[in-house]
Design a binder for this molecule. Sequence first.
Ligand code: SAM
Length: 326
Amino acid sequence: SFHKSKGQHILKNPLLVDSIVQKSGIKSTDVILEIGPGTGNLTKKLLEAGKSVIAVELDPRMVLELQRRFQGTPLSNRLKVIQGDVLKCDLPYFDICVANIPYQISSPLTFKLLAHRPLFRAAVIMFQREFAMRLVAQPGDTLYCRLSVNTQLLARVSHLLKVGKNNFRPPPKVDSSVVRIEPRGPLTPVNFKEWDGLVRICFNRKNKTIGSIFRQKSVLNILEKNYRTLQALQFSEKAPSDDMEMALDVSTLGESFGDLSMDADDGNDDDDIEMDDGDTKRAEFKEKVLAVLKEGNFEEKRSSKLAQADFMHLLSLFNKAGIHFS
Ligand code: SAM
């Protein structure tokens, strides 16, 4: 009896398990982190390939079954099982993470791993196919979105393997893919909150031009509010230093990717609400924003085609003009 709510879909194809382990590039000296080991089909091969496995499993029944499976075998002293929610526990040191995870934790888990230090070599993870394709999407691809940009800011990602639903018991509703994620170090120096603030706005309507996105009243309002707040702070000399909050606070980058349909876009450019230019201060601010877009030649560009370096450039132009996204 498997728990659907815990995303329990057991890998039943031994050839596929072999293939995942082989493509992971595990070394005999590796400490391996496995998330959601379930009944241990993958765990067994990981134990044979690496030095040790630390497995985090939520379901106490699975923990018992796993311990029973390896009890009295030579593999058991190289396996450590932690019972708990991987999203809530402190992760131990590991060299590589290999896992067939419950899909509902895909996004928070990815960003939790990417915030983990010391850096690990790679994470090789089974995801729902569409989530996987979003992770690896490049500018111009249909699925290119905030998740692609934020993940690729922190990691190199590549698609390893397509996996059909019939490789699992019970079969999930969707196909899957195994993805390799290699954290980047050192990271690009950028304030992640600001970065994500910009990227969120740009991908809210990713097929519109940047020019029309930044003419939206709602967007201008937010930016102007930030601008005035910061000015007031600077006036009272209590301004927070401009130093990057490089500390590994990447938490916001992973928020709200649960709903894969979130950045659906009609691609329609006509429904913009233009702001009322009556207020001089507001009109001046709008001109300031548009001047930034002109300077970088961004007005006619679309987020769906912008690369990481373009977003970085746009953010630095905004910041230079005193315009901030957090
Ligand atoms: N790795 C096994 C396999 O491939 O056969 C099982 C994979 S199954 C898709 C996901 C496993 O993750 C289940 O055993 C489930 O109990 C466990 N799980 C679900 N949520 C979890 C969480 N938040 N933290 C740790 N494990 C979790």
